[in-house]
Ligand binder design. Structure first.
Ligand code: XMP
Length: 429
């Protein structure tokens, strides 16, 4: 790596990722390391210009207040101690904090603002080529932001030494499998194996109504299909993964509480022995998107809203049936189209439709009907732990209702979910 770096040593502050993000926004690369980093590990890090020690509420571990190792204080690098007693020591206001950071980084550490996407991509291409040589890499390409950007980066670095496997489990949004094939096979000339596993998944899910059971079946079946495809291929020595920096941070260190364990393709059997390639593991989500854009991926792929792993499977409530699944897919496409036309795309954090497994009485062409309702959900959140409902204009709700009840087979009513999280979760299952 050619760029300068500011290290943040984790003394238990939950704001470290924010600080790292702010330093990168100033154009200087930054990474977070455990507070007890050894002298050797510190010396091996390239481009270090300065160190930030940031304490916080988790600084006391098992009754003992932790501190950075003596190697850190003896390193000779400029050190910014925000507070030694574990009290929050940063200026509270964003602007004042940025000013403190900026003065430390540029005036004290004399760092150069040389962190940008072109340099990142050039570095990664070189690192991937060095790691992989002339060997082959396998990637499960869901079409989500992270796996798509990994694919584009690996195509740039090693071209056809990469094989992408896209499993269509029938639970993707309208147009998504087609877009994966179009972008990666047709436009980027990638080695792409498209697996139509729709019947297989829907047969496995038939009659299963319990949400967690549905999730388990979708996850397990995905691994089985991917494993079968991997076994058909010769000489795959590497597995690429769309691991990103928050996955690593959230896996926890001594001082950062583990939020969730990091598992991206989790559960692949041990006898599929792969070395991992994880070129995005130091990027935050917005940087992953910027990387995708710089690599030529379309905005519709790079700026996709979050989508649950089990896909539309948890929005077709209860036991999944093909007709209700199609109703979810079609109504979701209408909702997305209308939000886009109304300028809400990219402004509302997540929006989707849900089809429950009960019917209501309606009337169409002077005849009684007995059909399903569609529930609309649109929420805003920062971390998905709590969420507020979007105040969608009434006229837009009416237009969406009109379109769904006329264009989607089997739907006679539309409802808007007004429930924040808590008490409702974002998804219905
Ligand atoms: P909830 O419904 O728990 O959702 O409020 C919070 C966020 O997580 C997404 N979600 C999932 N993502 N696998 C995933 O990868 C899942 O099983 C899953 N369930 C919910 C949800 O879409 C929302 O963004």
């Amino acid at each position: 790596m050619k760029q300068d770096m500011i290290l943040i040593l984790d003394l238990g502050s939950e704001e470290n990722p924010t600080i790292a993000r702010e330093i990168r926004a100033l154009g200087v690369y930054s990474e977070i390391y455990p507070h007890d980093i050894s002298a050797d590990a510190l010396a091996a890090l390239p481009g270090v210009k300065g160190i930030i020690l940031n304490g916080g509420p988790n600084r006391v571990v098992d009754g003992v207040e932790i501190d950075a190792s003596p190697a850190v204080y003896a390193s000779g690098y400029p050190i910014l101690c925000v507070d030694h007693k574990g009290e929050p020591g940063w200026p509270k206001e964003d602007a004042a904090r940025r000013d403190t950071l900026s003065r430390f980084i540029f005036d004290t550490c004399k760092a150069d603002a040389n962190w940008n996407m072109e340099n990142f991509i050039a570095d990664q291409v070189e690192l991937i080529r060095r790691q992989v040589g002339d060997r082959k890499v396998l990637l499960a390409l869901s079409g989500g932001v992270d796996s798509s950007v990994v694919a584009a980066l690996l195509i740039r670095a090693i071209g056809k030494q990469l094989t992408c496997v896209h499993v269509n489990h029938g639970l993707l949004r309208k147009g998504e499998p087609e877009q994966v094939v179009d972008v990666f096979r047709n436009q980027m000339d990638a080695n792409l194996i498209y697996v139509d596993a729709v019947d297989r998944f829907l047969n496995k899910l038939a009659g299963v109504a319990e949400p967690e059971q549905k999730r388990k079946i979708i996850g397990a079946e995905f691994i089985r299909v991917f494993e079968e495809e991997a076994r058909k291929l010769d000489d795959m020595e590497f597995l690429a993964q769309g691991t990103i920096y928050p996955d690593i941070i959230e896996s926890g260190t001594k001082t950062v509480k583990a939020v969730k364990s990091h598992h991206n393709v989790g559960g692949l059997p041990d006898d599929l022995q792969f070395e991992l390639v994880e070129p995005l593991k130091m990027l935050f989500k917005d940087e992953v998107r910027a990387c995708g854009t710089a690599l030529g991926l379309p905005d519709t792929m790079v700026y996709r809203q979050p989508f649950p792993g089990p896909g539309l499977g948890v929005r077709c409530l209860g036991a999944i049936t093909r007709d209700r699944l199609e109703a979810v897919r079609e109504s979701d496409a209408i909702l997305r189209e209308e939000f886009s036309k109304a300028g809400l795309e990219g402004k509302v954090w997540q929006y989707f439709t849900v089809v429950p497994d009960f019917k209501s009485v309606g009337v169409r062409d002077n005849a009684r009907t007995y059909e399903w309702p569609v529930i609309l959900r649109a929420v805003n959140t920062v971390d998905a732990m709590t969420a507020a409902v979007e105040e969608v204009p009434f006229s837009l709700l009416q237009r969406i209702t009109q379109r769904i009840t006329t264009e989607v087979q089997g739907i006679s009513r539309v409802l808007y979910d007004l429930t924040p999280k808590p008490t409702g979760t974002i998804e219905w299952e």
